[in-house]
Design a protein. Structure first.
Ligand code: AP5
Ligand code: MG
Length: 190
């Protein structure tokens, strides 16, 4: 099994590029954000607890997302691998993922990191707010907190994965087609 991580700040294009990637490389897409939004839509207890955190732009507890990841790994034995989108997002989650994979004699194959500047994040999220109506896209305050949370808690993972020699950064600025070409060119080498 291959385990790819789609890394990047909010609005970088993780979801946009994950869709064609999973088709081309026969991977199962696991977006923790999407899984949490389904829990919210279904009105589950987990969803109710997550909604309050997500709407403010804060992270949900590590054990909640890790539980969702473990369940999804177990459900799809027939794929070539998994594309993790929005996970891991803290150093603790990265360590726990390593442990989860080691228990299966597996490891992270590569981290595809889409990088865009903060101003571009704001512009893209504002654009998406008009189309998708996500609660965490609705206010400037929440968007600012998501960006702050990314820099404080998620950005440190870049060094973690650079040290392991599996960090692959891609310039996320450009048209979707241009960025997709860069992503595929990188994936073809991994
Ligand atoms: P999540 O859903 O993962 O949100 P995110 O990381 O903030 O990322 P987004 O989904 O906003 O952006 P994206 O990179 O997928 O960009 P997209 O392709 O949509 O998480 C939501 C929340 O859930 C978190 O804040 C947290 O509370 C919680 N959560 C999730 N995972 C967690 C975890 N592991 N631990 C704890 N909490 C967790 O693109 C954005 C827009 O830009 C789209 O409109 C798109 O069409 C457009 N676009 C894309 N590419 C381009 C381009 N090249 N040019 C112009 N426009 C573009
Ligand atoms: Mg997304």
């Amino acid at each position: 099994m291959k385990y790819f991580i789609m890394f990047g700040p909010p609005g970088a294009g993780k979801g946009t590029h994950a869709a064609p990637m999973v088709k081309k490389y026969n991977l199962k897409h696991i977006s923790t954000g999407e899984l949490l939004r389904s829990e919210i839509a279904a009105g589950t207890e987990l969803g109710k607890q997550a909604a309050a955190l997500i709407e403010k732009g804060n992270l949900v507890p590590d054990e909640v997302v890790e539980g969702m990841i473990a369940q999804t790994f177990a459900k799809y034995p027939e794929v070539n691998g998994f594309l993790l989108d929005g996970f891991p997002r803290t150093v603790q989650q990265a360590m726990d993922l390593d442990e989860m994979l080691e228990a299966r004699d597996e490891y992270v194959t590569g981290v595809i990191s889409l990088m865009i500047p903060d101003e571009e994040i704001k512009a893209r999220i504002k654009g998406r707010a008009l189309i998708e109506g996500r609660a965490d896209d609705a206010s400037d305050e929440t968007i600012a907190n998501r960006i702050k949370t990314y820099h404080a808690k998620t950005e440190p993972l870049i060094e973690v994965y650079k040290d392991k020699g599996i960090y692959h950064e891609i310039d996320g600025v450009g048209t979707i087609e241009e960025v997709q070409k860069r992503v595929f060119a990188m994936m073809d080498t991994l």
